[in-house]
Design a protein around this ligand. Structure first.
Ligand SMILES: [Zn+2]
Length: 190
């Protein structure tokens, strides 16, 4: 027996038993990548359209950067793009300075870079962590992904650190960063 035949048989059997459809429904209809499960409360909180548009189905979040869809219904009947949301979405604009990466405490790549340039380092991860520990966050109703932003914040910090490191390589200028470092030394010296 050839393996290919068995695979088709198994698929057909699944389809007959009604098992085929759910696996496909987790996939974004626009980009074909798997969406992340998200609470309906998050979709309700983030949508700018009348909530009567929502139906009693599961919605998922698409984090693909180049895909215009943010939320889609797993029955394949509905998609919401960024224009239907109250926030711009970090995953769709990861390198845009004024699009939030942390929606609860409103940090953006721009504010993170400003701190790095003026003090020589970033304390954003510590500040977000402190806020989370103090129960000051509300990721499920603030962040379009419906979950904590810390992983995204760490990625942004790493990217900006790498850019700054690139800037102080021989041939690069990095003057702002060097000045910030020397300012920091001065303020630390009694
Ligand atoms: Zn997508």
């Amino acid at each position: 027996m050839i393996a290919g035949c068995c695979a088709i048989d198994a698929k057909e059997a699944d389809a007959r038993a009604g098992l085929g459809a759910p696996a496909a429904s987790a996939v974004c209809p626009s980009c074909g990548r798997r969406g992340k499960p998200v609470e309906t409360l998050t979709v309700k909180a983030l949508l700018a359209v009348p909530l009567t548009d929502l139906r009693d189905v599961e919605y998922r979040f698409c984090g693909t950067a180049e895909c215009p869809t943010v939320y889609f219904a797993t029955d394949g009947e509905q998609e919401f793009g960024e224009a239907a949301l109250r926030e711009r979405v970090h995953q769709k604009h990861m390198e845009v300075d004024d699009v939030p990466v942390c929606y609860c405490f409103r940090h953006t790549p721009g504010t993170i870079r400003d701190e790095m340039r003026s003090t020589g380092r970033s304390t954003v991860v510590q500040r977000v962590t402190a806020g989370v520990q103090a129960a000051q966050c509300a990721c499920e109703i603030r962040n379009p992904q419906g979950a904590c932003c810390l992983g995204n914040v760490r990625t942004v910090v790493k990217r900006l650190e790498a850019q700054d490191a690139q800037a102080i390589l021989p041939g690069g200028l990095g003057q702002e960063r060097l000045e910030a470092l020397s300012r920091r030394k001065q303020t630390q010296t009694p």
